[in-house]
Every structure is written in C-alpha cells, then in structure tokens.
Design a protein around this ligand. Structure first.
Ligand code: 5GP
Length: 203
C-alpha cells in the first residue's frame, strides 16, 4: 500500500458570487454548523450596515487606514468593489495555512483571481478551492437585492448589472453551486470542502 500523503497546509475556501446571491447568509450558516471552519475577516472602507459588527463581519476602516495597510503589504489581495475598498489580511491567512486550518474567504472575482496568482508557487498548490455561488435565476437575484433594502435604487441597479457581468467569469472557478435553498447549498459546499481536504498533494 502506498503511504497516504498527509495535508501539510490548511485549505482556503474561496467563495464568490454576485451581490445578493446570499454569500453572507451561507457563510454564517457554514460557520454555525461547522465550528472548526474559520472565517477570514476582511477590511473594508464601506459604511457598516445595520447589524454588522466590527471585527466579526468586517474590520471597518477609513480610506487612509486602508491605504497605509496597502503600503505596509498587510493584504494578501485587495480590490476596489462598487467604489469601496476591500482587502484580505495576509497574516491571518499565512498563519491559518501553516496551522492546517480550513478558512472561508468571501471575496469578489478580482480577489479570487489575485489569490489564485498568489498561490502559484508549487509548495502552495492545492491550498485553495474556488467556489462560485449562483442564484437560481437573475429574477430571484433582483428580488433578493431589493428585499435587502440596504441600497438606493441607483446603487441597486448598478449592483445588478455588476452581478450579471460577474456571472460571466464563473467558469474560472473549480465549482459552481446554485443557491436554491440555503440548507442545500451549505451542504453542497461542505461536501466540496470535505472532498478537497482529502485531495492528494504531492508537495
Ligand atoms: P459587500 O459590500 O456586499 O459586503 O461586499 C461587496 C463585494 O466585496 C462582495 O462581492 C464581496 O465578496 C467582496 N469582498 C468582501 N471582502 C473582500 C475582500 O477582502 N477582497 C475582495 N477582493 N473582495 C471582497
């Protein structure tokens, strides 16, 4: 029997998808039902929405604070999304990978592409799985965005157009999961994570 290759590093689970597809709800569900999963909390310059907590949903920072973090190389990746800045803290990710943790990252398509690039060195191969969440239909997406009532009509239309554009890049992801029902989608994502953890890594 060949000796089984043990995973030497953690696993980054990159979750992307259009605004309003239900990423945050899925993430909350996954964290609640799988206490060993860790969330990478991003920094953002966007205003806090009702109910959001600093340090839990995001680290809410000013544009100046964000710029100095960029200059100090504190982000694994950062991007401008809908005129606001978002960045993934690098230190947390490095430590999580070293400590063999499974970490969820909710990032936009630019962030996912940057993370793919950052993980190109061969010793980091297999350290991430890229999952794209899609709505059952564009109508449902529009309905969910409207129901959220956090954006003006103008911003809402802008986000909807951006969402449709984002759907075009989904083939760059390893898996596409339809968010029909929260429970089903969360189960599918957990199945993907569990399978990816068993992947044979040669390095
Ligand atoms: P929201 O403002 O609705 O929380 O997020 C807007 C978009 O920014 C979403 O597509 C979300 O996935 C993305 N996002 C959140 N955090 C990060 C991050 O650290 N990096 C990047 N590139 N995108 C992020």
């Amino acid at each position: 029997m060949p000796k089984r290759q043990k995973r030497k590093r953690g696993l980054l689970v990159i979750l992307s998808g259009p605004s309003g597809v239900g990423k945050s709800t899925i993430v909350k569900r996954l964290l609640k039902t799988n206490p060993r999963l860790k969330l990478s909390v991003s920094c953002t310059t966007r205003p806090r929405r009702p109910g959001e907590k600093h340090g839990k949903d995001y680290f809410f920072v000013s544009k100046d604070e964000f710029s100095s973090k960029v200059e100090n190389g504190e982000f694994l990746e950062w991007a401008e999304v809908h005129s606001q800045y978002y960045g993934t803290p690098k230190k947390f990710i490095d430590e999580a990978l070293q400590n063999k943790k499974t970490v969820l990252l909710e990032v936009d398509v630019q962030g996912a592409a940057a993370i793919k690039e950052a993980l190109r060195p061969s010793y980091l191969k297999g350290s991430a799985v890229f999952i794209f969440l899609i709505p059952p239909s564009v109508d449902i997406l529009a309905f969910r965005l409207k129901r959220r009532k956090t954006e003006s009509m103008e911003l809402l239309n802008y986000r909807l157009r951006a969402a449709i554009a984002e759907l075009q890049v989904m083939e760059k992801y390893d898996y596409i999961v339809v968010n029909d029902k929260l429970e089903n989608a969360a189960k599918k994502i957990m199945a993907i994570i569990n399978v990816e953890k068993e992947r044979v890594l040669l390095n």
